[in-house]
Design a protein around this ligand. Structure first.
Ligand SMILES: *[C@@H]1O[C@H](CO)[C@@H](O)[C@H](O)[C@H]1NC(C)=O
Ligand SMILES: *[C@@H]1O[C@H](CO)[C@@H](O)[C@H](O)[C@H]1NC(C)=O
Length: 152
């Protein structure tokens, strides 16, 4: 069961499917600060193109805030937890989030999630944890957002 869920999530995240570019109106969503100590990025808002997420549709989630310090390089780790089971984390450079490094002090926007939710995504609770780190491996942010799918 778990491995099939891993497959349906990892495949679409790994490939950049081509889809129509459309106008996105962002909606503020509820999120949790999962950082234990960082103060590098003061987060003003977390927004999504739709909420709640829908199967078979592109979900785009962004974080907007202000960098308190400059960072020259960064990485992220994204983990989807399904019904309490952690799927293999996805990681990469902050460029994947549409961030150009170096990031200077001041406003910054990161696209922390941009994937089509699989048609076959099973019912249950989904928690997405996105952490970003800078060059010295200090945490820049940790954002958690969640949704739940019911059986159709
Ligand atoms: C999000 O993904 C879609 C489909 O792959 C792509 O067309 C779009 O450019 C991406 N947007 C961002 C901000 O990365
Ligand atoms: C998140 O919580 C940590 C620890 O309490 C705090 O240092 C940080 O400023 C908070 N970040 C935001 C964006 O609220």
């Amino acid at each position: 069961m778990l491995s099939s869920i891993v497959l349906i999530f990892i495949l679409p995240l790994a490939s950049q499917a081509i889809s129509n570019i459309r106008q996105v109106s962002d909606i503020p969503i509820q999120w949790t600060n999962c950082s234990t100590w960082t103060d590098q990025l003061s987060i003003e808002k977390v927004e999504a193109n739709m909420w709640p997420p829908k199967r078979n549709q592109l979900l785009t989630v962004s974080v907007s805030g202000a960098a308190k310090e400059e960072f020259v390089y960064g990485n992220y780790i994204k983990t989807i937890v399904y019904r309490g089971y952690s799927l293999p984390p996805i990681n990469g450079p902050l460029n994947d989030f549409g961030v150009e490094v170096p990031v200077h002090r001041g406003p910054v926007k990161m696209i922390i999630f941009n994937s089509t939710i699989p048609e076959v995504a099973p019912a249950g609770q989904y928690d997405v944890f996105v952490k970003a780190y800078e060059q010295d491996h200090f945490e820049v942010m940790c954002v958690k957002f969640s949704w739940e799918f019911s059986n159709n």
